[in-house]
Design a protein around this ligand. Structure first.
Ligand code: NAD
Length: 347
């Protein structure tokens, strides 16, 4: 994978296209980011054969089918996604099916661009696969594009990134190099997010946030995940909850639940966030950026606690602390009501 990072890096897109030897690029985006799509067209000129603006959350297979039809009609030889994880997902789904080269320009902190993971939905069921064909060939991070990311999404998307780093610290395949990436990524985001909440146009903070998100994305791409990602997957899939906001609410509670089994990880999070109590600090970080802290505020029904507990216990991912029905129910109940957790809760 080639990676370009900085301000104004979109100017290097023609070089990336030349490197891949492509000349008929289909740009993928959403209606909200059509302007970004047009910006890429103005930089790449006649190399862009069309802009498809139908990317949607959770990569519905029907949308991929439609985009593939357009790519076929336009004889596209490359897909270029510009947007958040949803748009990246569409580029990955097309690359997976066609083998077309893929360039990705991420504009949130979700981190999909560094992974070979593809989540897709069909008939309301989300499935996830890992395949090397899904990994983008080239990623161009341009901090300028993140300046328009709404403040609320900037904060929750940043904590979504933090969650990748946290779980890499205690994943089954955790290793000291990934832990270095995780610590640096978390520290950078923890500084940047409150500053962005204060001033969305703070360029230094935007740079720090995207740099931190890149590091955390590598953690997600190379590490494995555990209870946190499993619960977010279950909640998103069962109640159609928004991705980044769900991650933001769940993370402090999972850290509290796992606390008795992740002593080293707590030390790393403590250094990165300059805190004594990692669970409480992650909750306070979410509060400080104005994020919602209760699942009830996202529209999850109260009886969803029982349903989600049930599903979470089916095919569980690896987790450093064994899962118990009572433990998961109590974690979800706390998250439902927005209670401030502590690493002492489950000791
Ligand atoms: P998103 O991609 O759904 O974006 C939310 C909205 O914000 C969209 O309308 C988008 O166009 C808009 N937006 C994005 N960047 C913007 C910007 N800079 N300026 C203005 N508007 C902007 O949200 P997300 O949180 O980035 O991604 C969530 C999706 O990504 C989920 O479906 C999740 O499953 C997936 N994801 C996948 C992986 C993976 O490795 N496969 C990793 C992380 C997330």
């Amino acid at each position: 994978m080639r990676v370009v990072f900085g301000f104004g890096t979109l100017a290097q897109l023609p070089d990336e296209a030349d490197h891949l030897g492509v000349s008929r690029i289909l740009v993928l985006t959403t209606p909200q980011q059509l302007e970004h799509g047009e910006q890429l067209r103005s930089i790449l000129g006649t190399r862009v054969v069309g802009i498809y603006q139908g990317a949607m959350m959770h990569t519905p297979v029907a949308v991929t089918d439609d985009a593939m039809r357009v790519a076929g009609e336009l004889k596209a030889d490359c897909v270029l996604s510009v947007g958040g994880g949803s748009t990246t997902g569409l580029g990955k789904a097309i690359a997976y099916r066609t083998g077309l080269p893929q360039i990705c320009v991420p504009t949130t902190y979700a981190g999909s661009e560094m992974t070979s993971i593809l989540g897709q939905t069909e008939d309301g069921i989300k499935t996830t696969l890992r395949d090397p064909r899904v990994l983008p060939d080239s990623v161009v991070y341009d901090v300028e594009l993140t300046m328009s990311l709404p403040q609320s999404l900037s904060g929750t998307s940043g904590i979504n990134a933090l969650a990748h780093a946290v779980e890499a610290l205690y994943a089954k395949n955790a290793n000291p190099v990934l832990s270095l990436f995780a610590e640096e990524g978390m520290a950078s985001l923890a500084k940047a997010l409150p500053a962005i909440h204060h001033d969305a146009h703070n360029k230094v903070a935007r740079y720090q946030a995207l740099y931190g998100a890149w590091l955390c994305a590598i953690c997600l791409g190379s590490g494995e995940v555990a209870l946190h990602h499993k619960l977010c997957h279950v909640l998103g899939g069962s109640f159609d909850l928004p991705h980044a906001e769900t991650h933001t609410i769940i993370l402090p509670h999972v850290v509290a639940y796992n606390a008795p089994a992740i002593g080293n990880a707590l030390q790393v999070i403590g250094r990165a966030l300059a805190c004594e109590d990692a669970a409480a600090a992650l909750f306070d970080l979410a509060k400080s950026i104005g994020a919602k802290t209760a699942l009830s505020d996202l529209g999850m029904p109260h009886d969803g606690i029982e349903k989600a507990t049930e599903i979470a216990l089916q095919n569980p991912y690896f987790n450093p602390r064994p899962l118990t029905r009572e433990g998961i129910r109590s974690l979800l109940t706390d998250a439902f009501h927005g209670r401030r957790p502590s690493v002492e809760d489950h000791r």
